[in-house]
Design a protein around this ligand. Structure first.
Ligand SMILES: *Cc1c(COP(=O)(O)O)cnc(C)c1O
Length: 413
């Protein structure tokens, strides 16, 4: 039975034209590279070789470069390199100075400023590093930094201190010391490959690395954190998928922030990974003028589900040096989370976290639903703001005799 008044009572605004436009799958197209052959365009090595890395290229392809971007690009390579794959570059709206794609990858002069609370290692990773290239912060899992290279560089990168060859960080190509540490540390049951972007390693290197890790009996679970499916979907070849599927259970966490990043090529690449049996999650960073908006965020997470990706974390932006212009407030983050939970599929709703400055790890930050809680009852609100209560139970009442024997070990007579 349908309730004709539901629309009014539910108070949900109908999807606007903006939402449906944001959720459309479009091809990144060849754009500025119209003369390139299809074979080259679809070749990930071609995409990498033709990345935009200099001010000259940027000026050629983006006539609307602002003074802030111009100055930022001149200085970028002294800190975090600029690199943008052609297919990602084509997502930029040249007529929009505040284009959400543009803000993520084109340097700005604001990057050279440092607020007093900003840090070069905001999550305190170096102090939790038992051997170079490995972060062991949580009891049962490690973060394994396998390369310092990415297909493109995010301007808010929390690891800008070591990616893009920033400081001559020491990556041992054979990964001996890291693998050795994992091998002799039996509490490690979960290894997360990150960097840099692990999917930039060659197939042979990845296969070698995954084989080494799989040979360690206490490593139960492998995962890869990668933005390659977004920046370079051409890299997700059938050959790569065939290798990855031999190392299950293996999960991949992708990183995307705005629905426009989810092109038809990206959806196909994610489909190949999902077809290889790889569960896919997404990590987003809350970014000012990129996705700090309920409608944009909702379109993004719904579109992720359409790509077979489960939104995993929404990060409050780390206090990385020079990121003030990209950071949104925690207040805004909470407001967005409040607009998601209950209002759309639970599977679409990520966990909002702050990676505690200085190295405390990820801490969940949630809108307040519990209004009061004492020994008798808990009073809480739902997503519509309606208030409910639930009687609090007692944990200390011992099991009655009869129930206790029911749960006891059977006795032989
Ligand atoms: C994020 C992170 C992990 C993984 O955390 P999960 O909550 O299990 O996804 C592991 N190690 C480090 C250092 C991390 O930053």
């Amino acid at each position: 039975m349908s309730d004709p008044s539901f629309g009014e009572k539910g108070g949900e605004p109908p999807p606007t034209g903006l939402t449906s436009r944001l959720k459309e799958f479009r091809s990144a197209g060849k754009g500025f590279w119209a003369n390139v052959t299809d074979t080259d365009w679809r070749d990930w090595r071609w995409q990498l070789k033709h990345r935009i890395t200099s001010l000259e290229q940027l000026q050629k392809f983006l006539p609307t470069l602002t003074p802030e971007e111009h100055a930022g690009t001149l200085l970028a390579n002294t800190k975090l390199a600029m690199a943008i794959t052609p297919c990602f570059f084509n997502l930029i709206d040249a007529s929009d100075e505040n284009c959400p794609i543009r803000r993520q990858v084109i340097p700005r002069i604001e990057e050279t400023g440092t607020a007093p609370w900003e840090m070069s290692d905001p999550c305190g990773e170096d102090s939790h590093s038992p051997v170079p290239g490995l972060v062991h912060r949580y009891p049962d899992r490690v973060l394994f930094l396998v390369t310092d290279r990415c297909a493109s560089y995010c301007r808010y990168c929390t690891r800008s201190r070591l990616v893009s060859n920033a400081t001559g960080y020491d990556f041992h190509p054979e990964f001996e010391s890291q693998i050795d540490y994992i091998r002799k540390t039996p509490v490690i049951r979960d290894v997360l490959l990150s960097g840099g972007d692990p999917l930039l390693l060659s197939d042979a290197k990845l296969e070698y690395l995954l084989t080494q890790l799989r040979a360690i009996p206490h490593v139960e679970f492998l995962r890869i954190g990668s933005r390659i499916p977004i920046f370079l979907p051409q890299r997700i070849t059938p050959e790569l998928c065939a290798i990855l599927k031999r190392f299950h259970p293996l999960f991949i966490s992708i990183h995307s922030n705005h629905p426009r990043e989810l092109t038809s090529e990206v959806r196909e690449a994610l489909g190949r990974l999902a077809d290889a049996g790889i569960p896919l999650g997404n990590q987003s960073v809350l970014l000012r003028h990129v996705n700090d908006n309920s409608e944009v965020m909702k379109a993004h997470i719904q579109k992720l589900l359409m790509c077979r990706v489960r939104p995993y974390y929404l990060y409050q932006c780390d206090l990385i040096t020079g990121s003030a212009h990209l950071r949104s407030s925690v207040r805004k983050g909470l407001e967005i989370m409040d607009s998601l939970r209950g209002h759309t599929s639970g599977y679409a709703v990520p966990q909002y976290v702050i990676d505690a400055p200085g190295g405390g790890g990820k801490v969940p930050i949630n809108p307040e639903y519990v209004l009061s809680h004492n020994r008798d009852r808990v009073v809480f609100r739902n997503f519509e703001g309606k208030v409910f209560e639930y009687p609090e139970g007692a944990d200390e009442i011992p099991l009655v005799r009869e129930a206790a024997t029911r749960f006891a070990e059977p006795q032989l007579v």
